[in-house]
Design a protein. Structure first.
Length: 144
């Protein structure tokens, strides 16, 4: 009898689908840029232009993707998303500097390689343990 009970319990565990949480958010870029950690982490000499925002003409130095994750365990989803977005912006800014650029244009959210384009919002996905933001944009060198 004990063997049957253990077998049924093992079967129940393996038969249950693993449903990991993946909540999609569209959050305000301006809220991230107003966070004090943004100024402390994102290079100040780089300008960022999202989606259809008018950007100055410049020399295109290439298109780049960043995919930043952060620990979301025990944090509010929006808080984890803010930190992941700051990290993604920091990476894009550092890449711009490394490539000799001073701006990143046409930035879109690019989670799982699916573009989400907005001048004012970014896409974040949050789970029980990890939150992530992916961005794609073109690094350019514009005249000051």
């Amino acid at each position: 009898m004990k063997m049957i009970t253990m077998s049924l319990a093992a079967l129940a565990v393996t038969a249950a689908p693993a449903a990991a949480r993946d909540t999609r958010y569209e959050l305000k870029i301006a809220d991230v840029q107003a966070d004090p950690r943004y100024a402390q982490n994102v290079p100040a000499g780089v300008k960022f232009y999202f989606a259809n925002q008018t950007a100055p003409a410049g020399q295109n130095l290439g298109e780049f993707v960043t995919n930043r994750k952060t620990n979301s365990f025990g944090k509010q989803d929006e808080e984890a998303c803010t930190w992941a977005m700051i990290s993604a912006m920091k990476e894009l800014g550092e890449r711009a500097i490394a490539e000799g650029g001073n701006a990143v244009i046409n930035i879109v959210s690019y989670y799982k390689k699916k573009p989400f384009s907005s001048d004012t919002l970014y896409e974040c996905h949050a789970g029980a343990i990890v939150a992530g933001v992916a961005l794609k944009g073109s690094v350019v060198k514009v005249s000051p």
